[in-house]
Design a protein around this ligand. Structure first.
Ligand SMILES: Cc1cc2nc3c(=O)[nH]c(=O)nc-3n(C[C@H](O)[C@H](O)[C@H](O)COP(=O)(O)OP(=O)(O)OC[C@H]3O[C@@H](n4cnc5c(N)ncnc54)[C@H](O)[C@@H]3O)c2cc1C
Length: 404
């Protein structure tokens, strides 16, 4: 059977399974940035999560022994396309925090069999949420300046220090943390990646409020926190290589230009434009300048999606994680931020409300999305830092002031 025919058959069976198993009460249901269900749909949401987990579709490309479905990226794409068509969604990557998209793929590459067995199933089922403790008050773009230390203490490492901007730290069960294990080694040589449970006396978190109103990240404090030695990911003092890989997975997961939110049914961009700006006698958008900018945006957005598809196809569906993810992350950032900006302009004075009955829910949500969108060019490595990676690792230009 040709691959094309096999994929078509897979599409038919996927559609049938979704029709049978996706609770209709959840069609287009709101899912916030934390992936939480509305109160009214909690039971159905849990049923859906469990069904997806049993099917291995929370992290479909992972091996079945670790909670995935053992299928390829082309099949995984079909699942998400068919879900999109019927207003369904996969909440598990959001529920697992940094698990399915970052820690999990890195564990699959660097983890011992024992670590994979211990950690991957909880991520793939959405039952264990993970956070990532990389950034510190004095170490963001220059991550290798981190000073949180982990000392050898028998069967465990003893951690002391502060992490910051730790997304979901206050609601996570596990943390993947980058720590200094050799204070005398060169900056990048004395760093290790450890995994530790958040529910312990030595770990505390303090949520930080964002300008958009949400509070998705925290300051995280380690005061004699413990990580089992068996939870060291990759070799001791070689955490820099592990985290470089993990960050590539992070960027890879941010290449889709979806922007903030997700999971909710919104009117199309073109529809918003028509509703707010109106159309002329020929049916075209009434404002010529906005029309041109809207078309430019839609073309950029389409070109970005086609490029993502082409890179996936060239990698024969394997989705190679490479420095090219930096290009796609920046391109996705520009599109998502440009869309939020343009939507505000299309809405005019209705697009700048913060609260009150004069604004619809969509209008108020858009202002929050616009503010949240500012974060996209910061997290996962800032826009400028991606450009540095592109110039050095893809274009072969000389090193800049930031080493590495
Ligand atoms: C929503 C959100 C979620 C986050 N979640 C997490 C998380 O879960 N875990 C975690 O560990 N971290 C997280 N972060 C932190 C994020 O990784 C850092 O904010 C990011 O790496 C930038 O570091 P910084 O904030 O310290 O800025 P800085 O590094 O201080 O940068 C400040 C400015 O200087 C520019 N700059 C810095 N160095 C260079 C250079 N060499 N060349 C050119 N320009 C440069 C930057 O582009 C930026 O504009 C999150 C951030 C956000 C916004």
């Amino acid at each position: 059977m040709s691959q094309q025919v096999a994929l078509e058959e897979f599409r038919v069976s996927t559609k049938a399974w979704l029709e049978e198993n996706f609770p209709q009460t959840l069609v287009g249901s709101a899912m916030g940035l934390e992936g939480e269900a509305d109160d009214s749909t909690k039971a159905d949401f849990e049923l859906w999560r469990q069904r997806l987990a049993d099917k291995g579709w929370g992290a479909p490309t992972w091996p079945t022994e670790f909670g995935g479905a053992g299928i390829g990226h082309p099949e995984a794409k079909i699942i998400s396309q068919e879900m999109g068509k019927m207003g369904a969604f996969n909440p598990i990557p959001l529920m697992a925090g940094m698990g399915v998209t970052m820690v999990g793929p890195t564990l699959l590459e660097y983890g011992t069999d024992e670590q994979k067995t211990k950690h991957l199933r909880g991520m793939a089922s959405g039952e264990t949420r993970w956070c990532l403790g990389l950034s510190e008050p004095g170490a963001g773009s220059d991550l290798a300046s981190l000073i949180t230390k982990a000392e050898d203490d028998g069967d465990t490492y003893k951690l002391n220090g502060q992490k910051t901007w730790t997304s979901g730290a206050d609601i996570s069960q596990w943390c993947g943390a980058l720590v200094r294990t050799d204070a005398n080694a060169k900056k990048r040589d004395g760093i290790s990646f450890v995994m530790l449970p958040m529910a312990q006396d030595g770990v505390s978190t303090k949520p930080i409020r964002l300008i958009s109103g949400a509070s998705p990240f925290c300051d995280t404090f380690f005061d004699d926190a413990r990580a089992e030695k068996s939870d060291l990911l990759g070799p001791l003092n070689e955490g820099w290589s592990v985290v470089k890989r993990l960050l590539q997975h992070e960027r890879q997961s941010q290449t889709q230009a979806r922007g903030p939110g997700g999971g909710t049914k919104k009117p199309s961009f073109q529809q918003i434009a028509k509703d707010y700006v109106g159309v002329d006698d020929s049916g075209a958008l009434a404002d010529g300048d906005l029309r041109v900018r809207l078309i430019n945006h839609l073309m950029d957005s389409e070109a970005h999606s086609l490029t993502v598809n082409r890179i996936t196809a060239e990698a024969k569906g394997k989705v190679e994680v490479s420095a090219a993810a930096s290009i796609l992350k920046n391109s996705a950032t520009k599109i998502a931020q440009g869309k939020a900006e343009l939507t505000m302009e299309l809405m005019g004075s209705q697009g700048v409300g913060w609260e009150g009955d004069n604004y619809t829910k969509e209008e108020l949500d858009n202002v929050k999305d616009w503010l949240w969108g500012k974060a996209i060019s910061i997290y996962g490595g800032s826009f400028e830092v991606q450009n540095n990676i592109i110039s050095k690792n893809i274009l072969g230009l000389p090193e800049n002031t930031q080493k590495g």
